[in-house]
Unconditional design. Structure first.
Lengths: 329, 286
């Protein structure tokens, strides 16, 4: 991911005008208003699909923090997503489903799982990282399959109660959507702030030239480890949103397919562009949920073709189409 | 105990046949072929479709070899335009291909797991040092050992093998000497893929053919390659035999944690020897 992404700084156009700088902000506000108002004029089924898109979008954004910002291509990120989902589901069943608790437990679980496995993955880079994360994700999947007393085995964790806020369960699809949207926005803002911070700049430096960053005195291994744990935590939050929406977790949620779909979302959107990852997630969920049934559940076939086409035709994803001038978030 | 060790050898040699192709393609061409597991499953479904008689089994082997050669050559051509792009793009391309292949197999053969009978005469058991053991697995150990020797001799003792090793060591230098890199790549890719589909047919009576098997065997092959060292035939053999033993022993002793035993072995090797047990010098430097 290194050589492709570095654009010479000198080629960038003159500083954007006030209009140009204000435009993305205005677009963001409009998008937010539309997203917030969506359940008021959408059918419940469409609201549920939108909820899934938001959940998957947050998951894809957390992956983009690794793939796009830091240059660590992970094929096992669903392991932390699923770990968070299982933890949140287990707590909801056995302890309490009161609002912040499942979220916090999911975030903690995702971060802990990433911390336990990350020390070994960040020792490597590039394709080795890809292989290792793949192996870790699959290991977690098999654990979820075999540890039946805790995870329900191949059937998954069923009968998860609705999330409660102040004692009232969120049964209505619209309220649930607003809950998911607010949490996902918070998660998005955290990732966005990290990507904009000096730490995020250092991570992009690691992506572009790690030996040079090390030579400059940056503790690159520590930075990579920290961002891996943070991405795992955000994925865990997304996992707890997943269980709040689906009220069910299965080993497939940790698996290779889920990880690949998230990576596909990041690649479609353009690695490194956080809003692109959300857009990519929307495409992936829509293809899987609306096109899948009409193809007898063979959505992965279409997504495989999309993968091949995107790699050939959109080397920098949708985000690279118009604004090829910038590489930052 | 003896049964477990023999099982470990059977799985180990099967993994070697699968992983050596992956290892050479990555070591030589820098292409991580994530469609390797899908090729294996393609072979397994061929075995499921034809097996039952010796003629059917051999036909499945023949078709799988031919299909593997063609698929490998095709994959090689597909990755050619991405040559100047990052490793990740090539890995993503083959991942997309893997989805398409695996889903197409499900469309053709259905969702249900298919079992593959061993060829007649080998479906029984024989007595080995006092314990009964499936005859087919003994044959598999034999075939695997023979193939390992053949691959070793070809890579280490022939002109073509010297070219392959030279390409692993320094690709630019080989092309400077007037060798067409692309041809070497197509041939190695084709042979490696044919080995994967052959392994699928041979492994059919053990693993069966089912959706999701592609990811399982892909992980096993990747672990073997990482442990043994990329681009090394002996490394792939050593890694495959180790993983074969570790995996079967783990399943016998700690059935719940078998997958963790595998991961622990991987972590141990990566901490002690990041380039793999028999990994060459040049591989890590990329």
């Amino acid at each position: 991911m290194t050589a492709v992404q570095t654009l010479p700084v000198a080629d960038q156009p003159a500083p954007p005008s006030v209009l140009r700088r204000g435009l993305p902000g205005a677009v963001a506000v409009v998008v937010l208003v539309v997203l917030a108002a969506a359940p008021l004029f959408l059918a419940p089924f469409a609201t549920t699909t939108l909820t899934r898109i938001v959940v998957f979008g947050l998951f894809a954004v957390s992956l983009d923090l690794l793939v796009g910002v830091t240059g660590l291509p992970s094929l096992g990120h669903a392991g932390y997503f699923g770990a968070g989902a299982y933890a949140a589901g287990w707590v909801s069943i056995n302890v309490t489903a009161e609002a912040p608790i499942p979220l916090l437990v999911g975030a903690l679980m995702g971060a802990v799982a990433a911390a336990l496995t990350g020390w070994i993955t960040v020792r490597t880079g590039g394709v080795f990282f890809l292989m290792l994360t793949l192996a870790i994700g699959e290991t977690l999947t098999q654990l979820a399959n075999s540890w039946e007393s805790l995870t329900g085995g191949a059937n998954g964790l069923t009968g998860v109660p609705s999330v409660r806020i102040g004692g009232a369960p969120l049964v209505n699809a619209g309220f649930l959507y607003w809950y998911v949207l607010v949490v996902a926005l918070l998660g998005f803002v955290v990732v966005w702030l990290v990507a904009r911070s000096p730490w995020g700049a250092a991570l992009r430096g690691i992506r572009d030239n790690e030996p040079r960053m090390r030579a400059l005195g940056y503790p690159t291994a520590l930075y990579k480890y920290a961002v891996f744990v943070l991405a795992g935590g955000v994925a865990g939050v997304a996992g707890s949103l997943l269980v709040a929406q689906a009220r069910l977790v299965t080993p497939a949620d940790l698996g290779f397919l889920t990880s690949s779909f998230a990576l596909l979302a990041v690649v479609i959107g353009g690695a490194g562009s956080l809003w692109g990852a959300v857009l990519g997630a929307a495409v992936v969920v829509l293809v899987r949920e609306t096109l899948g049934p009409s193809l007898d559940g063979h959505g992965p076939l279409v997504l495989g073709v999309v993968f091949v086409v995107v790699v050939y035709l959109l080397p920098r994803g949708a985000a690279g189409l118009r604004w090829s001038r910038r590489r930052s978030t | 105990m003896l049964v477990s060790v023999l099982n470990g050898f059977a799985i180990g040699f099967l993994l070697f046949i699968l992983a050596v192709g992956l290892s050479l393609v990555f070591g030589m061409m820098d292409v991580l072929n994530l469609a390797h597991g899908a090729l294996f499953v393609g072979g397994a479904y061929l075995a499921a479709a034809f097996a039952g008689s010796w003629g059917g089994f051999l036909a499945a082997l023949g078709i799988a070899t031919a299909a593997g050669l063609a698929a490998g050559a095709l994959l090689s051509l597909m990755t050619e335009p991405l040559r100047s792009r990052s490793h990740l793009d090539q890995a993503l391309l083959t991942l997309g291909v893997a989805f398409v292949v695996a889903e197409s197999l499900i469309i053709v053969f259905g969702d249900d797991p298919l079992s593959v009978p061993a060829p007649p005469g080998l479906d029984g058991s024989v007595s080995v040092l006092g314990v009964t053991y499936p005859a087919y697995r003994l044959l598999l150990i034999g075939i695997g050992a023979v193939l390992a020797v053949v691959v070793h001799l070809v890579v280490e003792r022939t002109r073509v093998g010297a070219l392959v090793r030279a390409t692993v060591a320094d690709r630019e230098m080989v092309s400077t000497l007037g060798v067409d890199n692309r041809l070497v790549k197509v041939v190695v890719f084709a042979v490696g893929s044919a080995l994967a589909t052959t392994a699928g047919v041979l492994g059919g009576p053990i693993y069966g053919a089912r959706p999701g098997l592609d990811a399982t065997v892909l992980i096993l092959a990747l672990v073997v390659v990482v442990i043994g060292g990329l681009g090394s035939v002996r490394g792939a053999l050593l890694g495959a035999l180790i993983i074969g033993q570790v995996d079967t022993l783990g399943r016998v002793l700690l059935p719940e944690l078998a997958s963790f035993v595998l991961f622990a072995a991987l972590a141990l090797v990566l901490v002690l020897r990041p380039q793999g047990i028999l990994g060459g010098m040049g591989v890590r430097a990329r």
